[in-house]
Design a protein around this ligand. Structure first.
Ligand code: ADP
Length: 289
């Protein structure tokens, strides 16, 4: 897997401690299950323009500046944004800088500071092109402007609009917003030229759940059998991707408790051989442990 460089930032907010993401933590598209159409679309609208910028400029086609991810929590929006950065690196376009912010973390109680935070973020991304700015919980940053809404929000939304419009002559900076409440986002942001593309992340269907289970169990030495994976995907209707991830983690814990019942007793130290653990349907899902 190609690696995100030291430019890859994962700060919760402008003042928060910014950490360089460990390269081991970075997922690429192979770690995303059940969203093949989304990944294909992102390849076309984000990776192609970066790879083949000459074609776009020759035909005077504008690549999208922003993509909006929306849908229920835990359906892979943040995962896909991070994986996209890793995938761009794999293509050898150059090391992409990934700036992740939670919408509300940009906001500051001092007048003008939130706008300044936004401008600094865009400046930094422009200097480190190619770059992706990822706003998680965009609705917290750019809610619908109304008379009831305070002046600060309106000014922040206006600044964000201006900054996104300014990206016209700065190819290589892509803004991704994610939200669970698309109806709460200021409609001006959803006009062409801003968040040009909207991608809905639904709760996964049975096939998608199967792929997600595979993503989370593929690296296990004793992988669940294909039949088990199919059964499990049928039994997990209504689960989102993060529920499935939690289920897989819980299954391993159940397995440990089953094989090493004394593991939780105080002071009992035991070395567990990972190879001896095998998750099966009775122990992990139907009856628990
Ligand atoms: P969202 O941003 O939509 O709330 P996340 O992307 O943060 O959800 O998902 C949380 C975790 O759930 C991910 O880190 C990943 O482990 C798992 N997950 C969610 N969707 C998927 C998916 N489609 N494929 C694989 N894992 C997934």
């Amino acid at each position: 897997m190609s690696l995100l460089n030291k430019n890859l930032e994962n700060g919760a907010g402008p003042r928060s401690l910014r950490k360089t993401k460990s390269t081991k933590d970075v997922a690429d598209f192979s770690k995303v299950g059940g969203l093949n159409n989304h990944l294909k679309t992102l390849r076309e609208v984000i990776i192609f323009p970066l790879l083949h910028g000459n074609v776009f400029s020759h035909f005077r086609i504008k690549a999208p500046r922003g993509v909006l991810f929306y849908g229920p929590p835990g359906t892979g929006k943040t995962l896909v944004a991070g994986a996209l950065a890793a995938e761009i690196n794999r293509e050898g376009i150059g090391k992409v800088s990934f700036f992740q912010r939670k919408g509300a973390d940009i906001l500051d109680k001092w007048v003008g500071e939130s706008e300044k935070n936004l401008r600094n973020l865009f400046d930094k991304a422009t200097k480190n092109r190619p770059a992706i700015i990822f706003f998680d919980e965009l609705d917290g940053l750019a809610p619908i402007r109304s008379e009831k809404n305070d002046h600060i929000h309106s000014s922040v939304v206006a600044t964000l609009l201006a900054l996104m419009d300014g990206l016209d002559n700065k190819p290589g900076v892509i803004v991704i917003g994610a939200t669970n409440r698309i109806e709460a986002i200021d409609p001006a942001l959803r006009r062409p030229g801003r968040f040009d593309k909207e991608l809905y992340f639904p709760l996964p269907g049975v096939e998608a759940r199967k792929e997600i289970i595979q993503v989370h169990t593929n690296m296990w030495k004793n992988k669940p059998s294909p039949k088990f994976v199919v059964q499990l995907s049928e039994l997990t209707a209504g689960f989102c991707g993060s529920d499935i991830q939690a289920l897989c983690s819980e299954a391993v814990l159940c397995c440990m408790r089953r094989l090493y019942p004394r593991i939780e007793s105080k002071g009992f130290k035991v070395k567990i051989e990972a190879d001896t653990l095998k998750v099966c349907i009775l122990s992990s899902f139907l009856i628990g442990d």
